[in-house]
Ligand binder design. Structure first.
Ligand code: NAP
Length: 337
């Protein structure tokens, strides 16, 4: 029998890669999207192994009920939908509440109507793992069992705190649901650092700005030689590895009740700039040079990320930064032609 996987937020950067990886493995996929237009756009890319249900807003109580009532054949539910934007004016209303209520609504619907659902995977984040202060303390080691201890009040203060808090409290809502409701399905969490890499389909590049994490590289390409170097620094992982990890999270029993901390390495904007100057010298003439190699010093001030348990469970090599950046930029440059 073909396994049917439900993917919430199917239009997302990560979700599209998950679907792209699921279909060749023989899975049928039902995605939730916010409109018929968005759903039809995905059907034209993925073909007849993909269908969609409309969920206009994950935050509305009962958001997923009808989709699951209609599809008792679903056995796996991947919850990726959550707002990821720093362009918000009210972090509580636009980030925290939709993330937390969206997760609660998904899990409540699965318990009530997902009669055949056995495995649930929630796309959480490194933001739920690392405290902002620990992240910039190089005496600290951050592992799968670390938690961001941000308070709800602090999370309301600005968009960055709001996003970090949204992922922390949404993941906590997931663990609490399982503890309190004792459902007859198993849960796993996927916690990536910044996700880079190409879009699943180059049609996504028609928009001037990309999803929040891909925009880190896209923004660097829009700089001019005199621009200051952007302040970004952190951990990163390629989207194709994130997609594979979501599949392993429900295929392997060792992933049950685990957090998969996905991180390939550390980067700063300078790391990306250095790769661009080497791999795309013509294009890189138009962006700053900065101080080549100075990323190492900045990275040495950051906490150590130890995700050895996750890497062992995954059992595959993670894509390196040079490959991820060059694949992303080649796709962007092709689309510009
Ligand atoms: P994305 O491209 O912005 O995708 C977000 C998805 O969620 C979209 O499908 C969006 O629908 C949907 N969504 C957001 N708010 C919604 C709402 N209120 N109602 C219905 N749908 C809603 O972001 P992404 O990078 O793929 O992120 C996917 C997941 O990975 C998120 O949970 C994010 O927190 C997590 N994550 C991302 C990164 C990263 O660096 N990219 C790192 C760690 C974790 P529309 O397209 O219709 O807006």
């Amino acid at each position: 029998m073909t396994t049917t996987v439900f993917v919430s937020g199917a239009t997302g950067f990560i979700a599209q890669h998950i679907i792209k990886a699921l279909i060749p493995k023989g899975y049928n996929v039902i995605g939730s999207v916010r409109s018929v237009e968005k759903g039809n756009g995905l059907v034209s890319q993925f073909g007849d192994k993909f269908s969609y249900e409309i969920v206009p807003d994950i935050e509305i109580e009962g958001a997923f009920d009808e989709s699951l009532k209609k599809h008792p054949e679903i056995t796996v539910f991947l919850h990726t939908a959550s707002p990821f934007s720093y362009n918000v004016t009210n972090p509580e209303k636009e980030l925290l509440l939709p993330a937390v209520n969206g997760t609660k609504n998904a899990l409540a619907a699965i318990k009530k109507y997902g009669t055949n659902i056995k495995r649930v995977v929630i796309t959480s984040s490194y933001a739920a793992i690392a405290d902002a202060s620990r992240e910039i303390d190089n005496t600290q080691t951050i592992r799968e069992d670390s938690w961001n201890e941000i308070s709800w009040e602090d999370a309301k203060l600005n968009p960055v705190n709001g996003y970090r808090g949204s992922k922390t409290y949404a993941e906590k809502a997931g663990w609490d649901f399982v503890k309190n409701e004792k459902p007859n399905w198993s849960i796993s969490f996927v916690n990536p650092t910044f996700v880079f890499g190409p879009q699943a389909f180059s049609s996504a590049l028609k928009k001037d700005s990309l999803n929040t994490s891909s925009e880190v590289i896209n923004t660097i390409l829009k700089l001019n030689p005199d621009s200051p170097i952007p302040p970004q620094k952190g951990g990163w992982v390629d989207v194709r590895d994130v997609a594979k990890a979501h599949i392993i999270a429900f295929e392997k029993d060792e992933a049950i009740n685990k957090r998969l901390l996905l991180n390939s390495g550390r980067f700063t904007a300078q790391s990306i700039i250095d790769i661009l100057h080497k791999a795309f010298p013509e294009v890189a003439k138009n962006i700053p040079v900065g101080v080549p190699g100075s990323d190492k010093e900045v990275i040495s001030t950051l906490a150590t990320i130890d995700n050895s348990k996750t890497k062992e469970l995954l059992g595959f090599e993670l894509i390196d930064l040079k490959t991820s950046v060059t694949d992303s930029v080649n796709q962007i440059l092709d689309a510009r032609k």
